[in-house]
Design a protein around this ligand. Structure first.
Ligand SMILES: [Zn+2]
Length: 411
């Protein structure tokens, strides 16, 4: 029978006595001296609390641990309260603890109970809570800056540990559709810089779900090749899609063929997102062998930037109509220019995009809002653009970051 552990009420007597020689009493000297005391203080405090709870356990008839050999959970004797040292990463630094060890009276086998008392898995050195804090830290700012901030305030946690935390926490995160939120999604992609791959060489694909109270949450995320499969993002969510009573609507600017596998199961509404056409165009220009930042490259990209720029403050219908006309005409000129230069990939791409390209603007004429995924991608790029990444590294940091901004992950 499962019983909830009863709330204990244990008083810890913690007298601390330190001897330290100081030459000055100014603020900075006192802070520095305290930072030297901190590890000692922290270790002593942990040790005191653990021994107090260990004593409490040993006085209890039934222990909250069992002998790993025979399953006995009542008969134990102390082996030592200050045994073999082990290290644990607190929020501030690693500390060394002398382990508490007990011996089973039934079979004589010995075991440590320190991690059980800490609520940690055997042999783990980094508690989940520390892991999560470091992961969030490393997702919010660069590893270098995170380490610097820590050092400024007396932590001793290096950027490697922060990096590792981001990787572990990110790798363990799953994003799926939430059946309690809206059956409406946007699927979108943006380029991310990966070390060793030509600029914007990989695509971050995100599936974003609308929330009932407004706002969005992330329901799928992956980094892969451009025009690569989206299936991976949806696989985990297909079960959830089937649970929705209303038809599931998906807005996307992607090639509709990549959603073929989904079409039998869901209704797919296609809508191209205007804002990232210039970025995808850079990829097709590259496919056409156009040199980055050459005169021709700059002309096409700059024109597309202008065409795709949305003046978010414009809400006069006549102005929007005039803008649409002007943008369409300008786009035709860019396509003609690409034809003349024989940028075949670019021509095909723009001609395909043309049909739905201004849906977002037309939507505004009807009072609909534009994609919120743009902001999400800016959030991603603010972090991803400040470092060099492997595909896995970029994916994991993005997962933690988006989980924080959109899915309620906190530490
Ligand atoms: Zn035993």
């Amino acid at each position: 029978m499962e019983t909830t552990p009863q709330q204990k009420d244990i008083t810890i007597e913690f007298d601390c006595q330190f001897r330290i020689n100081m030459g000055q009493s100014d603020f900075s000297s006192i802070m520095k001296a305290f930072l030297m005391l901190l590890p000692q203080l922290l270790e002593d405090f942990f040790q005191k609390v653990l021994v107090a709870f260990g004593e409490y356990e040993m006085a209890c008839e039934k222990k909250s641990f069992v002998c790993k050999c025979c399953g006995n959970d009542t008969q134990f004797i102390w082996k030592t309260r200050h045994g073999k040292a082990t290290t644990v990463l607190t929020w501030f630094r690693y500390i060394t603890l002398k382990q508490l060890q007990v011996e089973c009276k039934e079979c004589g086998s010995k075991q440590y109970i320190t991690r059980m008392l800490l609520g940690m898995e055997p042999r783990k050195r980094v508690p989940e809570e520390t892991r999560h804090k470091l992961a969030l830290l490393g997702a919010l700012t660069s590893y270098r800056v995170a380490e610097k901030f820590g050092k400024m305030f007396g932590w001793a946690i290096d950027k490697m540990t922060i990096w590792k935390s981001v990787q572990q926490v990110g790798a363990g995160m799953e994003f799926v559709l939430d059946e309690n939120e809206e059956p409406r999604c946007e699927a979108d992609g943006t380029g991310v810089g990966i070390a060793g791959i030509a600029k914007r060489g990989k695509e971050l694909k995100v599936l974003v779900q609308y929330k009932k109270g407004g706002g969005i949450r992330v329901a799928g995320i992956d980094i892969g090749n451009y025009n690569g499969s989206w299936d991976k993002l949806f696989q985990k969510s297909i079960g959830v899609i089937k649970k929705f009573k209303e038809p599931f609507l998906l807005m996307t600017d992607g090639d509709t063929a990549i959603f073929e596998s989904l079409k039998e199961k869901v209704t797919v509404l296609i809508q191209r997102c205007l804002w990232h056409i210039p970025y995808q165009a850079q990829y097709v220009l590259w496919s056409d062998g156009v040199k980055r930042k050459s005169k021709e490259w700059l002309h096409v990209v700059a024109e597309l930037m202008e065409i795709c720029a949305i003046r978010s403050l414009v809400d006069c219908p006549d102005t929007i109509k005039a803008m649409l006309e002007s943008k369409r005409a300008r786009l035709e000129k860019v396509i003609a220019y690409c034809k003349e230069k024989k940028y075949e990939h670019c021509v095909v791409y723009l001609e395909n995009a043309r049909a739905d390209m201004f849906t977002a603007l037309e939507n505004r004429l009807e009072g609909k809002t534009t994609s919120r995924v743009e902001r999400l991608f800016r959030t991603v790029n603010m972090r991803v653009n400040v470092s060099k990444w492997s595909t896995e590294g970029a994916l994991n940091v993005t997962k933690v970051r988006l989980a924080y901004y959109y899915n309620g992950f906190d530490a």
